[in-house]
Design a protein around this ligand. Sequence first.
Ligand code: 13P
Length: 288
Amino acid sequence: MLVNAKEMLDKAYENGYAIAHFNTNNLEWTRAILEACEQKQTAVIIAASEGANKYMGGYKVVADLVKNLHDSLDITVPVAIHLDHGTYEGAKACIEAGFTSVMFDGSSLPLEENLEKTREIVELAHAKGISVEAEVGGIGGEEDGVTSAGELADVDECKKLASCGIDFIAAGIGNIHGVYPADWQGLNFDRLSEISDAVNMPIVLHGGTGIPEDQIKKAIELGVSKINVNTECQLAFAKATREYIEAGKDKEGKGFDPRKLLAPGTNAIKEVVYQKLDMFGSEGSANK
Ligand code: 13P
């Protein structure tokens, strides 16, 4: 059975590590994440943005894919299926479709509307035992065509959002989705520490791709308990697949069979997962 993300994040928050959130895109992705986390006995959050849900055929397809793979692969570690950057309508649809965790991202709305809609989503989700993430202050870069300049969230706004009954909070601290530009300033630890003192709950770090290990470790010390990774798995998958094709392996025997063609990319995703579980300190968390 899939679980919500509250218990695993509270445990991470108390014990000073972060749970990895990996975005999924398809069957191979989901399988790679589940198998790697089972192998490392690590709790994990599998997430899909609204765009990825649409790509895979809808919310129910995604919820059922993760649930059914989890059961048929005999996965024993805690796994949550989470909506990433959901709209109000998307979050409501996922609550009905069998997701165990949702993010309502009202960060582009006026603050009062964000707070009001977050409270509504919390009520609907908690009635079904589903955990809720909410966001104030945009997170830089591009996510499904939504862009915002890398912001530093306002501490007072974070405090207001945290009091809406949410389980964990996403707040901009200089992080950016996608590959970090060469002139990136790094995470703003002063702001993170102020937010952390104000909200007293697990903080979510979006844009986990490419953040150097020392900054990851410091962020975890300051209350980050969930780190989102998407682009890094995509890059690893694309690189391994390209190498396979450039080496002409799809033209050898039945090398064109998707089970062979997609295997190097799938294994490359697993390598990223292993590396992140180690870096985030969550490896072995299922038994901790
Ligand atoms: P990256 O694509 O930068 O890893 O960010 C992922 C993310 O934050 C998903 O919400």
